[in-house]
Each structure stands twice: as structure tokens, then as C-alpha cells.
Write a protein that binds this ligand. Structure first.
Ligand SMILES: Cc1ncc(COP(=O)(O)O)c(C=O)c1O
Length: 390
């Protein structure tokens, strides 16, 4: 069977691959500490689950409009307005099968072969593969550990060209946790628009910001026409398995994605849409409680990682990832890369982390601290033991 050249440009998500390997070990009875999956360890809040049960009992089990039910679009734009002061209309909103689906569809609707997509590094693995899949070319915007992976307009503007179709910003960032300063965000926006590009802002972790107020570039007056927001309920409401995300953007783009969805996935699951509606319109206290707990864990794990000889890790401003530099282990006991480090750590100490190669860097691994405090303490101890016995 001959597969397409296009599909050859995409590989299995590295984060999913490590998670699968950790799952296999767990199934064999191995006591694995799971720091690999980017997934809240909290259950979905009860009011959300109840709404899904009610949807089932009400037989809300048929096709819905491909781009989502009107009530949910309205809820998304109202929630976004209340959170960030934006003024989207429901016709500028589309419901997708998770945030990934929104990203895939935006790229499908916009990228022509040879278009450039500017992507801050480290990047979340999916951006890279999806750009390539659609025939675009990734232009790396390098941030550095020395500057705590801070994305600045100077770094960004230097990488823009007249071929820039989309400029991606993901704040808080997966995998570094870095948050883009509002003033810099605005300057990045200006630079992208001056080049005729579109700014795609991935707000998947928008509610998990530790210092200051969460911000959306779409709230900048006049920015809406040149901005696409991709969002997700997965992390904010601990709803990873429900698969609900959204896109906010100019009507022609939303219409184009709607057409694509009508021939591919059709609607996101009807029951999950009702659950999402309850999530966005119901009490938000559990989101605040999750943020407080992530902060407690961050404040433990980052100093604990920095206390391991040879490990350095900036303090992330958001999300639930730490991105320590473990390159002092290279050249010891056959470890030459982040991938070697992660493979050996899983095999020898049963701690699952994702190698930095998945995010376009070589010296780091990503640790998701969306895990219980007990697991975090045990996991850090094992990492420390592993490094010190090399
Ligand atoms: C930066 C970023 N964007 C989007 C997503 C998409 O999440 P989902 O497809 O579960 O909504 C993720 C998930 O890990 C992510 O890290």
C-alpha cells in the first residue's frame, strides 16, 4: 500500500508515545511516576458530569450543527468576554473536537505550500507536525533558558518575513510554562500585522497563570481581524477526555472551518457539548482551586529540581510544566541526549518525562506536575537518585 507523502511528514505525538510506554509498564504492575502526560489529575467537576448525564437522559444524542450548538458558541464568547474583555459574536466562534482539532483546522484552512509559520521554541509538539503536514514551513523563534524562555517582540520580529502566514504564540507555554508579557504580546501583534500575517494565540492554559491577570491579545482594540484564538476546555475544566475546544476568529475563517468539519468530524459529541456548556456557564470556583493547587506544587517542585546537583530550572509563570535542563548528565554512563535521559529514567527509576527533542530543544525534559504531591515528592527523589548514580 502506498501512503501519501503528506502523511509521512507527521509522526506520533512524542508525549503520547511516552505516556503509552509508561501505561504499558503500569499495566505490568510497575510503580510508575507519571510526569509525562499534559493532563490534569483532578476529576471533572460534578456539575459538568451532571450536565452530561442529563443530556443523555434527555436523549440529546443526535447530530448537532457541525460547528457546535448555538448555546455553546454563545457561552464561549460570553466566557471569553468575561475573562478577557473581548467582544466576539457567536458567528465568530466554532466548537471543535478539542483544541488540537481547532489548530489542525485553522492550519488546514490557511496554509499554502511554502507558507511560513513562526513558532516560538520550545514549542508544543503538535504545532510543528501540523504545520509540516499542511505543507508549511516552520520558522523557529528561539527563546532561551537564560531568559526564562521569555518571548519578546525583538526575538519575534527578527523571524518574520513577507512569507509569514501565521505567527503562533502559546502563553502560558507548553512546555516551558513561560507567560508572555502583555506589552511584548502587543508589540508581537503589531509586528505580525505589519508583515501581513495572522497571529494565532493558543490559550489552552489561559486560566493557569500564577502572577498577574490572564490576558488575551484578542482584547486589543481592532486586533480581532488579524487574530485567531484557539482554546480548549481540556485543562481549564479537567475535561481532557471530553474533547471540546473552540476557535474564535474572522467570520470567513470560521465559515471555512465549519465547511471542513461538516465533511470530516461533523459535530463534537453532543453530550460533551452540553457538559461544556455547564462548565462555561456554571460556578468557576473549582478552576481557582485547581490553580491554587498547581501553584503549591510548582512552588515545591521547581526548588526541589534546582536542588539536584547539575539541574537548572526556571520558575514557570503558568501552566503545569517544569522544563529543567539536564544536560550536565550528557556524556555520563552513555547518556547523550534528552531522549536517552528520558528512556533510561523510565527504565531504571520508573519516572516518565518527555524529552526536550519533542519540543525542539536538546538539553531539557518536560515534567508535568499535574500529579499528586506524594507522586511529585517521590518522582523528584527518584530523578535525583538517578542523576547522582550516573
Ligand atoms: C499548548 C496546547 N494547545 C492545545 C492543546 C490541546 O488540548 P486538547 O486537544 O485536549 O483540547 C494542548 C494539549 O496538550 C496544549 O498543550
Amino acid at each position: 500500500m502506498q501512503l501519501s507523502e503528506r502523511i509521512g511528514r507527521i509522526s506520533e505525538s512524542a508525549t503520547m508515545a511516552v505516556t503509552a510506554e509508561a501505561g504499558r509498564l503500569k499495566a505490568e504492575g510497575v510503580d510508575v511516576i507519571a510526569f509525562a502526560a499534559g493532563e490534569p489529575d483532578f476529576p471533572t467537576p460534578t456539575n459538568i458530569k451532571d450536565a452530561a448525564k442529563k443530556a443523555l437522559d434527555d436523549n440529546f444524542t443526535r447530530y448537532t450543527p457541525a460547528g457546535g450548538i448555538p448555546a455553546l458558541k454563545k457561552a464561549v464568547v460570553e466566557w471569553h468576554a468575561a475573562s478577557f474583555g473581548t467582544n466576539y459574536e457567536p458567528s465568530e466562534c466554532l466548537i471543535t473536537v478539542g483544541g488540537k482539532h481547532a489548530i489542525f483546522n485553522v492550519m488546514a484552512a490557511m496554509i499554502e505550500r511554502g507558507d511560513e509559520v513562526a513558532l516560538p521554541v520550545p514549542y508544543w509538539v503538535t504545532f510543528y507536525d501540523v504545520v509540516n503536514y499542511h505543507g508549511g514551513s516552520v520558522v523557529r523563534v528561539e527563546t532561551t533558558e537564560a531568559d526564562e524562555y521569555r518571548l519578546t517582540s525583538d526575538l519575534y520580529a527578527a523571524k518574520l518575513s513577507d512569507k509569514t502566514k501565521i505567527a503562533v504564540v502559546n502563553s502560558p507555554n507548553n512546555p516551558s510554562g513561560a507567560v508572555v508579557d502583555q506589552g511584548e504580546f502587543e508589540k508581537i501583534y503589531e509586528a505580525v500585522v505589519a508583515r501581513g500575517g495572522t497571529l494565532m494565540t493558543d490559550e489552552c492554559y489561559c486560566k493557569f497563570v500564577y502572577d498577574g491577570k490572564p490576558y488575551s491579545i484578542a482584547s486589543l482594540p481592532g486586533a480581532k481581524e488579524n487574530v485567531v484564538v484557539v482554546g480548549s476546555l481540556s485543562k481549564t475544566f479537567a475535561m481532557t477526555g471530553w474533547r471540546i475546544g473552540f476557535a474564535l476568529g474572522p467570520k470567513p475563517l470560521i465559515k471555512a472551518i465549519n465547511n471542513l468539519q461538516s465533511h470530516s468530524t461533523s459535530n463534537p459529541t453532543s453530550i460533551a457539548q452540553k457538559a461544556a456548556l455547564a462548565a462555561l456557564t456554571g460556578p468557576q470556583e473549582e478552576v481557582d482551586a485547581m490553580l491554587a493547587e498547581y501553584r503549591r506544587r510548582r512552588d515545591y517542585i521547581v526548588p526541589a529540581l534546582n536542588a539536584i546537583p547539575g539541574v537548572t530550572c526556571p520558575l514557570p509563570g503558568g501552566a503545569f510544566y517544569a522544563y529543567p535542563n539536564i544536560s550536565s548528565t550528557f556524556g555520563k554512563s552513555g547518556i547523550e541526549s534528552g531522549l536517552d535521559f528520558a528512556t533510561r529514567l523510565l527504565r531504571e527509576e520508573h519516572v516518565a518525562v518527555v524529552p526536550g527533542e519533542a519540543f525542539g530543544t536538546e538539553n531539557e525534559v518536560r515534567i508535568s506536575y499535574a500529579a499528586s504531591m506524594d507522586d511529585i515528592k517521590e518522582g523528584v527523589e527518584r530523578i535525583s537518585r538517578f542523576i547522582q548514580k550516573l
